[in-house]
Design a protein around this ligand. Structure first.
Ligand SMILES: Cc1ncc(COP(=O)(O)O)c(C=O)c1O
Length: 438
């Protein structure tokens, strides 16, 4: 049945202004007892979902353009992922993959090794989260190269543990007060085609004046900047760093925790640039929300010895089952849908840009799209206030949006969203911007 002949979905629908009474109770309890460090971007208390639809505790239904920060890759309860989780949970919940063997862990390592970009043979270490994958990659890079200096980029986000916050440079609050951080990390400008600049000249300057390139162990790069503003770099920038690493014996680490697993319409965003990493990091969408991450490294690089790195929970059997099912779903429907729906979103956003001068830039790959809002298209001054107002207004009309960078909405929906979801979500964005007079 085509979409046109199907009955119209029963979402978005707002039955009671959110947060309704049930959501308010959950939020009040949370406010009393949970850590004040949590952000809680919107007063959304989720009770369920299906595909790219989220239902809150009061029965309000939303179209989701953010997938729990690019995590719910196959939607909220894909039947194949749910069945795989249930089956695995019914067998055994744990046996520490660092010390023992089981089928799902071995299969997932092989699958991810084979999915890695390029022709090299890769090996895989499984973690519980993105930040742990970053942490492990720092250890691996330093131990393999026997060097210590790390390069990362302004705007980067790599997680919340110590190596990750040291590498990160997206918001000062992630680092302030937590020092001392890791020694020997330099941050350089990232490529930003919309805002210009010469990031390669800045790198050359550093290596001429401050740091010998021979001392660099690894370069940590998000092939598409995530938290820092959904910025797609100039391909030349990515290739220049590959050349730098080859010339100076450094490792190129692609943090694909947000951009990977099909989000950009290819398995890995770096495939868009034809650049092969030495180490690739994955998490977020890999398990459709079950906690799992991965360090995927060239066999020639993953040289650390037995017992030097491990994890009690990393590669948990239920999470491995979720990841294997997720990869099946993405292979069968996610990759092509990300390209198709990404094109549809892009076209729709281009029309919105033509109507709303507050939209300065629309950029992205597949279903990783940034919409940057500015006060003035000539000065490109970021309009953070407008982004807040838009998020809030869209929420009240049944659309979940999430910001990143200084004034960008990151559009990162489940990879299974439909044409209806795209069109209805864009219509809400249009309506909100019109009501905001922008
Ligand atoms: C690019 C990138 N790296 C690392 C992380 C950290 O992942 P986690 O929150 O699973 O530790 C994130 C999370 O947003 C991310 O976007």
């Amino acid at each position: 049945m085509t979409q046109k002949t199907m009955t119209k979905p029963d979402y978005p629908r707002i039955r009671v202004a959110p947060p309704g009474p049930k959501a308010s109770k959950i939020i009040a309890q949370d406010k009393d007892w949970s850590s004040p460090s949590y952000i809680k971007a919107l007063p959304l208390a989720i009770a369920g979902g299906k595909g790219a639809m989220v239902e809150d505790a009061d029965g309000n239904r939303y179209i989701d353009f953010m997938a729990g920060i690019a995590v719910s890759s196959t939607g909220y309860n894909h039947p194949k992922v749910v069945a795989a989780v249930q089956e695995a949970a019914g067998k055994f919940l744990h046996i520490c993959g660092t010390d023992f063997y089981y089928d799902s862990m071995s299969r997932l390592c092989e699958r991810l090794g084979r999915l890695a970009p390029g022709r090299s043979k890769y090996r895989v270490f499984l973690s519980n989260s993105g930040t742990e994958a970053v942490e492990g990659a720092v250890k691996l890079a330093r131990s393999h190269t026997k060097k210590s200096h790390l390069i990362s980029f302004q705007g980067a986000f790599h997680g919340r543990t110590y190596a990750a916050i040291t590498l990160g440079a997206s918001k000062v609050k992630y680092r302030a007060g937590f020092g001392p951080l890791l020694p020997e990390v330099s941050h350089l400008p990232y490529s930003n085609p919309y805002r210009g600049g010469d990031p390669i000249a800045a790198a050359k300057e550093l290596f001429e004046r401050t740091l010998s390139p021979k001392e660099v162990a690894a370069v940590f790069m998000e092939p598409v900047l995530g938290e820092g503003g959904y910025v797609v770099p100039d391909p030349e920038f990515v290739r220049w760093w590959r050349g730098f690493c080859d010339e100076h014996g450094a490792l190129l680490v692609f943090d694909e925790i947000q951009s990977g697993v099909g989000r950009t319409g290819k398995w890995w965003a770096c495939e868009h640039f034809g650049v092969e990493p030495d180490i690739l990091l994955s998490a977020k969408g890999l398990g459709s929300g079950m906690p799992i991450g991965a360090i995927v490294a060239k066999e020639s690089v993953m040289t650390w010895g037995r017992g030097t790195h491990g994890s009690t929970f990393g590669g948990n059997p239920v999470a491995c089952a979720a990841a294997l099912a997720t990869l099946d779903v993405i292979e069968a429907e996610g990759l092509s849908n990300a390209r198709k729906m990404g094109d549809r979103l892009f076209k729709g956003l281009a029309s919105l840009k033509a109507e709303h001068p507050c939209i300065g830039d629309v950029r992205g790959l597949g279903l990783m799209i940034g919409v940057e809002f500015v006060k003035d298209r000539k000065t490109k001054e970021p309009d953070a206030r407008l982004v807040e107002e838009l998020e809030e207004k869209a929420f009240r009309k049944g659309l979940l949006l999430l910001s990143c960078g200084k004034s960008t909405i990151r559009i990162a929906p489940p990879l299974v969203l439909t044409e209806y979801d795209v069109d209805a979500g864009l219509a809400i964005m249009d309506e909100c911007l019109t009501e905001l007079g922008r």
